[in-house]
Design a protein. Structure first.
Length: 272
């Protein structure tokens, strides 16, 4: 079996520190603390004579999983993959997928004193974004209902000009196959805007082990791109709720418990 996680991280940038039993720093829980715990667990197992373990650390998880895709081309014959993400030391039963699109509206510029001579791309875009709110997006019994975020929006050229262009990026957190989502998007937007697909990642189901607490998570991981490394499991210390923030941290006690749990989980998988 192999331990795996990613060593790239994201802003905000802020100084690392230890305070009140917690390690603060960019990537402390997502996922450099996890990487350290996996190394320590592997060292313990090796000290006990266990040689059927490996470590697979990758870059690029935060921006498209390029490292995982490369690693998948050189995979060993491992039977199990324990991937590390902040799960509060719970085994992940499933994670959502991702489907990111750009909606582009086109209008006609005109003097704002004579709006009848133009066509507002912004109003056209707003109509489509409002239609998204009323749509009944796909759902799954385990992962729940698909949800989305309108993360970026821009348009227009000046306050006194009917806007000839507008665009928005919409990020769906998906729960199943993407074909029904595409069809729902097509019907909802009714060709009023151009739809450009930017990112697509599948939802994932993971292996669980009796005796370990489980949970489902709305984020995605490298697991869909590490298929050649064995049956996947997902577990790590830290909370995803503080990841990617200027308060990212990991309790040192939890970091130490993670080493124990990684060792226990690995021993259970190897004994099977």
């Amino acid at each position: 079996m192999v331990f795996s996680t990613h060593f790239d991280c994201v802003p905000p940038f802020f100084p690392s520190r230890v305070e009140n039993g917690k390690l603060y720093g960019r990537g402390s829980c997502d996922a450099k603390g996890i990487l350290a715990a996996q190394v320590a667990a592997a060292e313990r197992l090796r000290a006990k004579g266990e040689t059927r373990i490996g470590l697979v650390f990758v870059g690029g998880e935060e921006r498209g999983s390029d490292g995982a895709k490369a690693a998948n081309r050189i995979a060993s014959k491992s039977r199990f993959l324990i991937n590390g993400e902040p799960t509060d030391l719970r085994l992940g039963a499933a994670t959502r997928g991702a489907f990111r699109v750009r909606l582009t509206a086109t209008g006609k510029a005109a003097h704002s004193g004579y709006p009848e001579l133009g066509e507002s791309a912004i109003e056209k875009l707003l109509d489509c974004l409002m239609a998204l709110r009323a749509a009944d997006w796909p759902a799954d019994p385990l992962l729940g209902k698909t949800h989305y975020t309108i993360g970026l929006i821009n348009g227009g050229v000046a306050p006194n000009v009917i806007p000839p262009n507008a665009a928005a990026e919409v990020f769906f957190r998906t729960v199943g196959e993407h074909a029904p989502l595409r069809e729902m998007l097509r019907k909802t937007l009714a060709e009023r805007v151009e739809v450009t697909e930017i990112l697509e990642l599948p939802a994932a189901r993971m292996h669980t082990v009796p005796g370990f607490e489980t949970a489902v998570f709305s984020y995605f991981s490298d697991i869909p791109f590490l298929t050649n490394w064995g049956t996947p499991l997902l577990l790590g210390p830290g909370s995803i709720h503080v990841a990617h923030t200027d308060q990212e941290h990991l309790a040192i006690d939890e970091l130490n418990r993670a080493v124990d749990i990684y060792e226990k989980l690995a021993a259970s998988l190897l004994s099977s």
